[in-house]
Design a protein around this ligand. Sequence first.
Ligand SMILES: [Mg+2]
Length: 232
Amino acid sequence: MVFTNKFEVIRTLMFLIKNLKYFKFKFLIPSEYLDNINKLEPELLRKKGIDTIIWDVEGTITEYRGKISDKENKFLTKFKGFNNYILTNAPEEMCNELSNALPEIPIITGYYHILKKKVIIRKIINHKKIYVLVENNKQIAIKKPINKLNIQRIRKPSVLLLKKVLFIENITPKNSVMIGDNTITDIFPANYLGMFTIQIKPPTNATSFPLTLRMLRHCEYILVWIFKLIKK
Ligand SMILES: [Mg+2]
């Protein structure tokens, strides 16, 4: 587990280094902050013309590696009138659990086909796994990629991943919102693509997150703080 967390930190740092040329501090600032997810009201989003919600899970709806219980299910029911999606970096096992708890909400993960050099988007909905590859701006439904050696998972904060999700699902950025707890993984790519963004203070117990991830979060706070200081 500790090993996996270190990987998450390394991945985020690698991302920052690789994407430095696209990086702007302003992309780290969400359109809105909310200190409690339960304060989020559907009406507030509707007034802004939002029809689509892309949710982060861990730290936003549940704790780290948390489960969807009746409480979370009831909360999400309030947003039934929207097109809801979950875009998560959680491991496969948790994606399956999420889908069992919320069969009607597409659980989205991304992969990169190394040989084809294309992004594959996988959607789990109503217990079915659908894989879609985008080639020359056309969507091609594919069977489950059999050779695992040729594919690797891609995760937030990949701008490419979110861009393909918006394309495949026909989502207009300005009519959609990304709701997440993490500045770099959730807020950055969504702001970059022109979505509305809401950053949530992690619910109930931030200490459910491993120390390495909490430290990364502090680094994010410092980055944002520096930016605000420069802007003044
Ligand atoms: Mg999160």
